[in-house]
Write a protein of this length. Sequence first.
Length: 348
Amino acid sequence: MKKVVVSMIAVFSVLLLSGLIAAADGAYIVKDTNQVDQGVLNAFQAMNIEVDVIADKMIPSTDFSRYGFLFVSDDRLRHAHHLPLDMPTVLSSKFYAKEFGFLDKGGVHKISSNSILRLRTNNQVIDVYEKSRFKLGGGVGIPYYYLPQRYINEDVEGIGSTYVMKNKYVGDVISYLNNDGVNLCFFGATHAMYWTDDTKDLFKDCVEFVRGDGGNSGMHDVMIESDLVNSVNGLRIKDDETDAFILDEVAQLQCNKKYRVDFRTKNVGGFTEDVDFVGKLGNFMWDARKVGLASGDTSTTGSKTITIEIGDDFAVGSTMLSVNASIVGSTDINPQDNVRMRTVMIVC
């Protein structure tokens, strides 16, 4: 077994572990320690996460209870049956999706192409890799793996879906699963050395989901995300009649029209939370509650359709749209990201 020390300021070093050295944050499972993906190590380094690299032959003798999570690489493992299935795991492999509960039956499928592979996530289409082939000028295409739609466990949450065959959905490249309170992530983009920045971000989200807290173990922390697609500062306004998104810094809203206000909240703490929401536009206020928002999960609870009618609630001119999220019964350690605001101009 080898140890990889990962930090923002230290150089990677691979050290032989002894029984006296404390366990790292996670265990990186690989067939042979000479086959470690440096791109994965770089990603862990960027997250300041320390991992022990554990070869296949060491799996039966390893005490996995010393680790917070597993990363299982794309290898067929002789001793895979000794891996614990009840601990947080990132499965970046075409093998063992059924064993870890992502598939009810069948197996993982593969896609490769002459063009750079893409996937759809959060209503966006992104490039998965920086190039399409391992070698310039031809050769084998860089593939990704996906959970086929017809076999996916109904409890699996799709995060990144295939984008092929005229946009037809055939399965999930990235998926989350909470299995009896244990967070698991399937990450089918297995060639980390070629990841785009968008894919690196998705891997970071995957690891944070699996760890359950994004590094905030034992803390209460929710946030209203600032990067919701088609939003300004995390607040998205859509004309209910035309379905057009209003993307101006100052959103102009017409009298006697309906608008949809959307936002997304993420639990980045270490506990399942009940979350209260209060929204305000002019003098109009609304509230909502999300019960049981699990660590690492997101919710759009609190989104609202509003009719602009001049009167007690609305007046012509400039006003503010604001949304606030608060944890019920606990103190949020980062309250500054619980509030999102956006300037609105009401015109008639």
